[in-house]
Design a protein around this ligand. Structure first.
Ligand code: CU
Length: 185
């Protein structure tokens, strides 16, 4: 009878343990399903300004991308000019499901490429290349190449000046040292 009394409570205990385990499993499963529902927010591009394939007459100062859900992070938004050079400036700015990218001057008519890359809430990488055509009056090309050359020249001059100054200091120290040694003798 003593053994019966001791075995009964342990079997009950085991049953309770199993019940608790089953409840925990169900709760974990429910939590996983709930998470899957939240995490399935896959961001897709809903619209853009300029739109893909659009013809633009007025040069926009920025590009606007509208996603179906706020991206987790924006990796890059770049706009390329007809010659292939990148004409977007600075980093993209995110405002919820919208992403803005500042643009430089439109210095040529023709096809512009718009490339974006974002990480969606469900951790998926989302990206694509769009295209629009600029038919307006091109802005004057900024005089960057002409302005850079004299600066580079002056930089070289500074470099040579530094070397001459350094050599002069080394020479002065050597002469000073030799003179001191001679005085001691
Ligand atoms: Cu996704």
């Amino acid at each position: 009878m003593k053994t019966g009394r001791t075995t009964r409570p342990t079997s009950r205990h085991r049953f309770r343990r199993l019940c608790r385990f089953a409840v925990l499993l169900l709760a974990a499963a429910a939590a996983l399903v709930g998470q899957a529902g939240v995490a399935s927010a896959h961001a897709t591009l809903e619209s853009s300004i300029p739109a893909d394939g659009a013809t633009v007459d007025d040069a926009p100062s920025e590009v606007r991308l509208v996603f179906s859900a706020a991206p987790l992070s924006v990796l890059s938004v770049t706009v390329t000019a007809p010659d292939g050079s990148i004409m977007s400036t600075g980093d993209p700015v995110q405002d919820g499901a919208e992403v803005f990218q500042a643009l430089g001057p439109f210095t040529a008519t023709g096809d512009y490429g718009l490339h974006y890359s974002v990480i969606s809430e469900d951790s998926h990488a989302v990206g694509a290349s769009l295209r629009f055509t600029f038919t307006g009056t091109p802005a004057a090309v900024p005089a960057t190449s002409a302005g850079n050359e004299p600066e580079e020249g002056s930089d070289d001059g500074r470099g040579v000046g530094g070397v001459v100054l350094g050599a002069g200091i080394v020479l002065a120290v050597l002469v000073f040292g030799v003179l001191r040694l001679r005085r001691r003798d």
